[in-house]
Design a protein around this ligand. Structure first.
Ligand code: HEM
Length: 592
């Protein structure tokens, strides 16, 4: 195009160019900038720029390493339990809806699960490691059959005979390691997060595969004068790990990067070409192929009756027959390998964050720690006389300690370990009275800000769905909100009288809103395993060690967010518990 020298023609040409430019921009914005949904608050400026809210999220993550609390902040900013954000990495055609009201989230996940299915985004996030695993799938008949095979792992007999011993043995190895570290550290605190994470790996890997990865014992053996370094006010221990564990760590690292990344498909494409990633993937693939082969061999030795000894989850799955008319997914090795890797990685990451948070709270709240220890010693009186003993596994499985349940619930409430579930609308629908079109991504902040805010975000009861209104009686609100920032397990306890009219204290799971594992058919698969891990591990730790309060610089409550919300600072300073003293205290407080 050539421009005229005549001013009038030039003005006309410029006007035409501007109009064309505006038309192109409007077209681009029509094509690439999602239109806001009606009646749902959003940040006005974000609706006009191609990157929407992504810059704000990226800056927040860069500053704090956190992601999940940015979701809360959007709802708090607009004083609304439902908001929309524009995240082109999630969708370039539609806004993403964030919901933080727990009553409505429970309703969506349980009673409206057909309308809110797993988002296809999950496939993009997990494609890098386990593309054929169930976590990436929508709730199709194929998903249901595959999930059914692995649900057999949650049966009581398997949990008691296989899962519980794996958890117990790994917890004992952690106690032994920490006894050694306590002495070697010479009164200095040390970082606990890696030890806890490795304990979870030592629980979950043998439970799923029948193979023990030796991390804690070998670490204990490696402690010598030359492996302890005192830097500042903390003791550091150096250790070397087996290639399988290193491979697991490498894969988890790349998964965290992909789930947080701006474009998971691009990250996946790049990572799959990196030699470190490929080496780790090969090591894991060889391991998983071997354990599936070994399990098939065990099964072939006791095939017809299925009575052969089940040593791990893969044994249990290979013994479970497919339903009529369904393909036999036990023959699909690529699926079995992906599903096992998914359970190893997802299982150990979320459960290691939780006890790490609990130990921080217990160290900073000595009264709660003392009450927990007293409650445990009253529940297991037989161990009181034998110094340093731990309850037997059968004892641990048979006794319920309400204060321990309350400590775990309070940790979930305040630490918000796995705070978000991702869904996708399958049809046009409504949330809290607002229209949501089909194929919209919805983020459910299951451990939402209303768990800690002094004033909950307002909801008009008439806006709730019918099914939500009908279940409203199940949703208590905290009577006092001014102390919601404090760690107070007592808020989860209820005093009652038993059949002999004696006063008893019970754990009240419905004392306040809490959904740490989400809910419904796509809620957490591993909830039963996680709760068993937490109960056993915390009981054994608190009976053996006193967790000493640390100076504030070693006791920060910041986190880094990947698959879960993990404390970025988890040091422990240990003292051996003198049971005799604690029991006397417990008995005298009972008498009083
Ligand atoms: C304290 C520990 C844990 C927490 C807080 C936690 C939390 C969650 C949450 C919030 C979800 C999302 C559910 C949804 O989308 O609605 C989830 C999903 C899942 N979790 Fe956990 N989890 C924990 C431990 C475990 C363990 C130990 C395992 C495995 C052994 C596990 C396996 C899974 C799987 C496979 C899914 C995907 C479920 C599906 O696709 O239907 N989790 N978890």
């Amino acid at each position: 195009m050539s421009f005229s020298t005549n001013p009038v023609t030039l003005v006309i040409q410029a006007s035409l160019l501007c109009t064309a430019g505006l038309l192109i921009l409007s077209l681009l914005s029509f094509l690439f900038i999602p239109k806001p949904l009606a009646n749902i608050p959003y940040t006005r400026s974000s609706a006009w720029i191609a990157w929407g809210d992504l810059l704000s999220l990226a800056l927040h993550n860069f500053r704090t390493h956190e992601v999940f609390d940015w979701l809360d902040k959007q709802c708090i900013k607009h004083t609304s339990p439902i908001v929309q954000v524009f995240l082109p990495n999630y969708s370039i055609t539609r806004p993403v809806v964030i919901v933080t009201d727990q009553q409505e989230i429970e309703d969506i996940t349980i009673r409206r699960s057909a309308i809110f299915d797993r988002t296809p985004l999950m496939h993009a996030w997990f494609d890098v490691l386990f593309p054929r695993s169930t976590v990436t799938m929508q709730t199709t008949p194929e998903f249901k059959e595959k999930r059914r095979l692995f649900l057999t792992v949650l049966q009581n007999a398997f949990m008691t005979n296989v899962t519980a011993p794996c958890i117990y043995q790994a917890s004992q190895r952690l106690l032994q390691l920490w006894e050694r570290k306590m002495h070697a550290a010479g009164g200095f605190p040390f970082d606990a997060s890696e030890d806890i994470q490795q304990t979870m790996v030592e629980m979950i890997v043998p439970m799923l595969t029948g193979t023990h990865i030796d991390l804690l014992n070998s670490k204990k053996e490696q402690i010598g004068d030359d492996t302890v370094r005192h830097r500042g006010n903390v003791a550091n221990f150096r250790a070397y790990y087996p290639p399988l564990y290193n491979a697991l760590q490498t894969l988890s690292f790349y998964l965290d990067l992909t789930t947080q990344g701006i474009s998971p498909p691009v990250y996946t494409w790049v990572f799959k070409k990196l030699p470190t990633f490929r080496k780790a993937q090969k090591t894991m693939d060889i391991f998983l192929t071997q354990i599936i082969g070994a399990s098939r061999e065990r099964l072939s030795k006791s095939p017809a009756t299925n009575s052969g000894q089940v040593t791990c989850a893969i044994d249990q799955v290979l013994r479970c027959h497919p339903r009529d008319g369904m393909p036999d997914y036990r023959e699909h090795d690529e699926f079995l390998k992906d599903e096992l890797l998914q359970l190893i990685i997802v299982g150990q990451s979320s459960t290691s964050s939780t006890p790490a948070w609990t130990l921080k709270w217990l160290a900073d709240c000595p009264v709660a720690q003392h009450r927990l220890r007293q409650a445990l010693l009253s529940a297991y009186p037989s161990i009181a006389d034998s110094h340093g003993a731990t309850p037997s596994l059968s004892h641990l499985l048979s006794i319920n300690v309400p204060y321990l349940e309350a400590v775990i619930a309070e940790t979930f409430r305040l630490s918000r370990v796995g705070p978000a579930s991702f869904r996708h609308t399958t049809v046009d629908t409504q949330i809290l009275g607002r229209f949501i079109p089909a194929h919209t991504n919805v983020m459910l902040v299951t451990d939402g800000p209303s768990q800690v805010l002094t004033k909950p975000l307002p909801v008009n009861a008439v806006d709730r769905s019918d099914s939500s209104r009908k279940s409203a009686h199940r949703w208590p609100t905290w009577p006092h909100r001014n102390d919601l920032h404090e760690f107070k397990p007592e808020r989860w306890l209820r005093d009652e009288v038993d059949e002999k009219s004696c006063p008893i204290t019970l754990f009240n799971a419905k004392a306040g809103p809490l959904l740490p594992f989400s809910a419904g058919p796509r809620g957490c698969y591993g909830q039963k395993i996680a709760m068993m891990e937490l109960r056993i591990l915390l009981t054994m730790l608190v009976l053996r060690f006193k967790f000493v309060q640390l100076p504030s610089e070693l006791s920060k409550y910041s986190s880094y967010d990947g698959l879960t919300k993990t404390p970025s600072c988890c040091y422990v300073k240990l003292e051996k518990v003198d049971e005799a003293v604690v029991v006397k205290e417990a008995q005298s407080s009972e008498l009083a």
